[in-house]
Ligand binder design. Structure first.
Ligand code: AMP
Ligand code: MN
Ligand code: MN
Ligand code: MN
Length: 274
């Protein structure tokens, strides 16, 4: 059975509209799809108006937060889209993104990239600006040869466009998802590049706050990474989740859908949802 509990649409930094994402998932034979845009439910809102031949659509979101001086992403699945607490936080996050985008643009202008804010906003459309919008704009204007170079040189960790934002605390973020009836999932645990000790501490903090699951597959991952994360989930008494983190069709990225067989005997969040 193929499922995908981590995907993006044009409502954040994905390239497919929510309906294109939905259709692609149906075409690929998914049993379940969660739309999990950064800090917004707008993608899911469009997708949920569509019909499917049996594919379950899960209301989701990927929330930006912070812990231990790093930005952490928590996916919330099956959240109540009318939860006042969640809607309040989403509003706040959208505002933080607007302020941050202005600061990123100012930093890029200082580096000579003129018109960065308008350029990124044009690519984002009605969505709040995410760093990939700046990266794609820099490439389209010839300031950078590729998106990955744009992150390496200007937008990534410790670079001028890496504006420190006071994202909400991890614990508050987990709590708001839980209060909205959702399942909090620690997204892509290996992407934070923490030491093993710090990663285990993050899992403990996540668990204590009410976190439920660890994402053991996030896009293309090596067998050994998956094995390591499965073991970590078991040690920390967390369920597991699976997703592609699909943003666009890309030769080096994963397409929609992960086979739940990958989880082996671990308990998956899909057992709570489907
Ligand atoms: P933001 O939430 O605005 O800080 O943007 C984070 C997003 O940027 C992530 O969700 C990824 O989609 C993308 N991203 C982060 N690092 C890289 C990278 N090195 N290369 C390409 N995309 C990246
Ligand atoms: Mn993204
Ligand atoms: Mn993420
Ligand atoms: Mn994501």
């Amino acid at each position: 059975m193929l499922i995908d509990f981590h995907t993006h649409s044009t409502a954040s930094d994905g390239a497919l509209s929510p309906s294109e994402l939905f259709s692609r998932a149906v075409d690929r034979g998914l049993a379940a799809l969660a739309v999990t845009d950064h800090d917004t439910l707008a993608g899911w809102e469009v997708a949920q108006t569509l019909q499917s031949g049996g594919m379950a659509l899960v209301c989701g979101v990927e929330l930006s937060c912070q812990w231990g001086g790093a930005t952490i992403h928590v996916v919330g699945l099956n959240v109540d889209a009318n939860s006042e607490g969640l809607l309040g936080v989403l509003n706040h996050l959208q505002q933080l993104r607007r302020v941050r985008a202005e600061k990123i643009a100012a930093a890029l202008e200082r580096l000579g990239a003129v018109g960065a804010l308008a350029g990124a906003q044009a690519l984002a459309g009605e969505a709040a600006i995410c760093r990939p919008h700046f990266a794609h704009w820099l490439v389209s204007e010839g300031y950078m040869p590729s998106v990955s170079r744009a992150f390496d040189k200007w937008l990534g960790n410790g670079k001028p466009g890496d504006i420190k934002t006071l994202w909400p605390d991890l614990a508050d973020t987990v709590a708001v998802i839980a209060a909205a009836g959702g399942i909090p999932i620690l997204a892509h645990p290996l992407k934070y590049r923490f030491t093993r000790t710090k990663l285990r501490a993050l899992c403990d903090a996540f668990s204590v706050a009410g976190g439920v699951a660890l994402e053991i597959v996030n896009g293309r991952q090596s067998e050994s990474d998956i094995t390591q994360l499965k073991r970590l989930a078991k040690d920390k008494n967390l369920l597991v989740s699976l997703g592609s983190d699909f943003h666009r069709e890309w030769a080096y990225g994963a397409d929609l859908g992960v086979d739940i067989a990958i989880a082996g005997d671990a308990s998956g969040v899909w057992e709570m949802i489907l």
